[in-house]
Ligand binder design. Structure first.
Ligand code: ARG
Length: 270
């Protein structure tokens, strides 16, 4: 019946010709007979975007499932706040666009809350504190951030690591090698293609701990300011943001957050 109607409309459109604007519109606007009303927003499974190449915050396991600290936090928040989520691996490069366009309802991706990003998206309360950390070869003389100035430096494109290195060397410096993921930058350090990498401490530390043969060490610098990770929603989505913030507060209050933290980082949160 529906098919017949569509066919009839399509035929009519074809017969009358494309010059008659509005046919296509009418067709799609016609309600499908007997179809159920759209589910209320709360019943919809929310799509969470994450760049799952960021252990231990987000990665894909052998089964292809997205796992990690961030994932556990959002799952716990969703459970408390009463919404359902599914995680979709989303390359960092397009992740903010995907949110702005509504392809993702929220993002969890070890995203640092910055004033610049606040212009185009909204953030939850902070859920994790991080800092930049420098990785260099074991025999490197680098002792502080300034010391990497004459070196070629690997960063993940568009991250806060990219930003701090850009400030030190100048954004357009050819000594900055931008990679699509942080592990790729670290692999390049191992291979000798770059002489230093600047990235979030948690990820650099995790990589080192699991690649003992890589032959590199970390250098911290007190000049790096503390960064706060937040969960991002589309600008103006205050309803979802309120739910997320409430869920975060709840999992911090009842010990769930501390448990998740301990299961990924060993010790309790500071
Ligand atoms: N915290 C850094 C930033 O927000 C890096 C985050 C990268 N996250 C990821 N899953 N690749 O810029």
């Amino acid at each position: 019946m529906l098919i017949n109607r569509r066919l009839t409309l399509t035929t009519a459109c074809l017969l009358v010709g494309l010059a008659l604007a509005g046919c296509g519109k009418q067709e799609s606007a016609a309600p499908a007979a007997g179809s159920a009303p759209p589910p209320p927003a709360a019943a919809r499974v929310l799509v969470v975007g994450t760049d799952a190449a960021y252990k231990p915050f987000e990665s894909q396991n052998e089964k292809g499932e997205v796992v990690g600290f961030d994932i556990d936090v959002v799952k716990a928040v969703a459970q408390k706040a009463g919404f359902e989520v599914k995680f979709v691996n989303t390359p960092w490069e397009g992740i903010f666009n995907a949110l702005a366009q509504g392809d993702r309802d929220l993002l969890v991706s070890a995203i640092t809350i910055t004033e610049e990003r606040r212009q185009t998206m909204d953030f939850s309360q902070p859920y994790f504190e991080a800092r930049q950390l420098i990785a260099v070869k074991n025999d490197s003389k680098v002792a502080k951030f300034e010391d990497i100035k004459p070196l070629t430096i690997g960063v993940q494109n568009g991250t806060t690591g990219d930003e701090v290195v850009g400030k030190l060397l100048g954004k357009s410096s050819t000594a900055i090698k931008r990679f699509e993921s942080t592990p790729l930058a670290l692999k390049e350090l191992e291979a000798g293609g770059v002489e230093a990498v600047v990235a979030d401490n948690g990820v650099v530390e995790h990589y080192l701990a699991n690649n003992a043969g890589g032959g590199f060490k970390t250098v911290s610098d007190a000049g790096f300011s503390a960064e706060q990770y937040g969960i991002a929603v589309k600008k103006g989505n205050t309803e979802l943001l309120a739910k997320i913030d409430k869920g975060l507060a709840d999992i911090k209050a009842d010990g769930t957050y501390a448990k998740i933290y301990a299961s990924h980082f060993g010790a309790g949160p500071k």
